[in-house]
Design a protein around this ligand. Structure first.
Ligand SMILES: O=C(O)CCC(=O)C(=O)O
Length: 344
């Protein structure tokens, strides 16, 4: 099995400013926090001057209050299920005719330890259909993937959280539970302002208890940050590793009296979590039980100005509902090749 250390080293996309790299950082800089994480956050005043609040199927003020206290929100039936079915049909096509496609997958099986990231065309169908695999950035290839990622129910909430335009950074698609140890995303997915990060976990089917559901500690976004030996971000210079991170987080949450919750949401429902919410994937108790899910990571316009694979070029943007996602500069011919979502 690929060590979690190697796995996360590859996943981490560091786009830190030089001065951040040089510093031994032990906490987010207070001045750089999104307004809602500051001590003087006035949610009522914010909602009054945020016109999009009226267009949402939920009470934005209530959700923002819950977010500030708990570090997450759940949106009930936020995404049309036909969109989710279309996305999954595309994944089935990707697997069935994998030899035609360049989409990358991450495989955490012993035989892929040396090269865990591969284009789907080089991976057998049996592996693509199995556990320990995730599809990376499928939204690059898919119009419906982008539409779900930038759905107004998600991005309007995040625009309110950041107080800034939302930029979608990356996505992961799972057929089975990840079984990933407890972590906080800011340590691995780093934008220019590390606290400007959030993620959406979108259920593509009803989550079964035996499928290795996502678990999370409400309130854990406020606990003291873990020190990897070189600060709070995990990178090549860290002396401690993701297993140490998980041990620290589980113990610190227990000490703080925070109770772990298991995410058993229905198809079309969404969990949105804070950059520092401690979460992970539970053990899969029934290996036949799928847990189809789509995870999207977001930042703000202030914090994510360039595509992570091309930090010096001006990104080509796709805009929906006031939020952007950047076209993948490394595979322009693969962009939106799954375009049925245009009709939806
Ligand atoms: O879905 C899961 O099991 C874990 C996903 C996750 O932790 C992440 O993408 O940060």
């Amino acid at each position: 099995m690929t060590s979690i250390l190697t796995k996360l080293k590859t996943v981490a996309k560091q786009v830190l400013r030089p001065e951040q790299k040089a510093k031994y950082i032990t906490e987010f800089a207070y001045d750089s926090l999104p307004w809602i994480d500051k001590s003087d956050a006035d949610i009522d005043a914010f909602v009054k001057q945020f016109p999009a609040a009226k267009e949402l199927p939920y009470d934005l003020g209530e959700k923002l209050l819950f977010w500030r206290e708990n570090g997450y929100v759940i949106l009930g039936q936020a995404i049309p299920t036909e969109w989710l079915d279309q996305l999954w049909r595309e994944i089935e096509e990707l697997i069935e005719h994998h030899e035609k496609y360049q989409t990358q997958v991450r495989i955490d099986l012993p035989e892929y330890q040396a090269n865990p990231v591969q284009p789907v065309k080089d991976v057998p169908k049996s592996v693509l259909n199995g556990p320990f695999l995730k599809f990376n950035d499928f939204h690059d290839n898919s119009v419906i993937g982008k539409k779900i990622m930038l759905h107004k129910n998600i991005v309007t909430f995040l625009e309110a959280v950041f107080g800034d335009k939302v930029i979608a950074m990356q996505s992961l698609l799972f057929k089975y539970g990840s079984q990933q140890p407890t972590h906080q995303d800011f340590a691995y997915v780093v934008s220019e302002i590390p606290s400007h990060l959030a993620a959406a976990w979108i259920a593509l089917e009803d989550v079964h208890i035996d499928s290795g559901p996502l678990s999370y500690y409400p309130g854990s976004h406020k606990i003291k940050k873990f020190d990897f030996g070189n600060g709070i971000f995990f990178n090549g210079k860290s002396t401690l590793n993701p297993n140490d991170f998980a041990k620290y987080l589980d113990a610190a949450c227990q000490r703080a009296g925070l109770k772990k919750k298991t995410l058993l949401i229905k198809k079309g429902e969404v969990l949105i979590w804070h950059a520092a919410l401690a979460h992970g994937g539970e053990e899969i108790r029934n290996p036949a039980q799928t847990r189809k899910s789509y995870v999207c990571h977001y930042s703000s316009e202030k914090a994510y100005k360039h595509h992570r694979q091309s930090p010096t070029t001006e990104p080509v943007r796709r805009t929906m509902n006031g939020a952007d996602v950047f076209v993948n500069p490394t595979m322009p011919d693969q962009e939106d090749i799954f375009d049925q979502g245009k009709m939806m």
